[in-house]
Design a protein around this ligand. Sequence first.
Ligand SMILES: [Zn+2]
Length: 429
Amino acid sequence: MPDVFADLVGQDDAVDTLRRAAASAAAVLRAAHLPAPSATADPDDDLAALAEADEGAAAGGTATAVDPGAGMTHAWIFTGPPGSGRSVAARAFAAALQCVHGTGCGVCPGCHTTLAGTHADVRLVAPEGLSIGVGEMRALVLRAASTPSGGRWQVVIIEDADRLTEAAGNALLKAVEEPPPRTVFLLCAPSTHPEDVSVTIRSRCRVVPLRQPSAVAVADVLVRRDGIAPDVAQWAAAAAQGHVGRARRLARDPEARQRRDAVLAVPRRLTGVGTALDAASALIEAAEAEAAASVAESDAAERAALQTALGAGGTGRGAAGATRGSAGQLKDLEKRQKSRATRAQRDALDRALVDLAGFYRDALTSALRAPVAPVHTDTATLAEAGGQKWAPEGALRRLEAVLECRAAIEANVKPRIAVEAMMLSLWRG
Ligand SMILES: [Zn+2]
């Protein structure tokens, strides 16, 4: 029977960790003679039981000290690229914690209400518009400190922990540093890079990294969950190189397919310095356009929402102070939107580079006559021709040029400079 972890595509390690933690959490509750509503248990007992459960799990695992993969803890970070299923993982784990069987059976009221978003002890923060501000976070932390009404855990899921304002991050840090005995924080972020999650919060959390799932696993979920035709699902899963959301977009969105086609046309257009620089410009501009389209709608909606909020009742007492404050809030919003646009551009460019790397990877495996399926079935013939012309060494140099470009952009090299350098390397070979 599919349990709450069934939709976590190709994440066996993470699922193992979460199952062990859920079992350990259930043991803590049993040790405290629960579930029972409005428990009178001493908080220190719970913490002691938690430590004991950790030790017990560690003793059953590796022989060295404490096994960090076992047991339960109060704060978790789920990391992985967008679309890898980090919020799916957080929700599944929350359900397992609220499961009356302590396993995440998927059918009991605890599992069911958590997955449906109606469990009284599970709070989800998913900033639709503005980032998560300090007021919201303080209120959340306060509510999260109350005794769980269902007698199990208070669970707080923060879907975009990378969008906490600094003040909100500090409010969260206080709660994570001195956690209420029955409160569990589940954070989701692209990575544990300090730009995404502050170092101090990171140091208090256990990290669950989500891997890139296999193409077979992705195709399977596209068919099963999204009703996509099997042949389209297989093509999209392979072309997306295991990225669930990307595969779904490719299967459904003609514009995403066009952008990919344009990227995969790059290798045969590189005939000289001029065309290489042109190709670099085209790639950068396509990423900018894609990013602008992806954030335009939410930017406008956020601005309108903030203006409505600020415009309400502007003549009463303290209106002058409110106006001063509102200029600051608008400025804040613009700053956040700008950083989100930059991030969206980088994401779009990175997707293009991943597609391009797939092409040269196909050329390399073809030159080596490796018995593996191509990433891009629709350009396989072209990649094969490239592989013959360049030999394995030439194909590998080109693949490395693309990967170096990705690494350079990650390390904050200006995208245009990194992409121009890559295109020239790809042309020279
Ligand atoms: Zn259950």
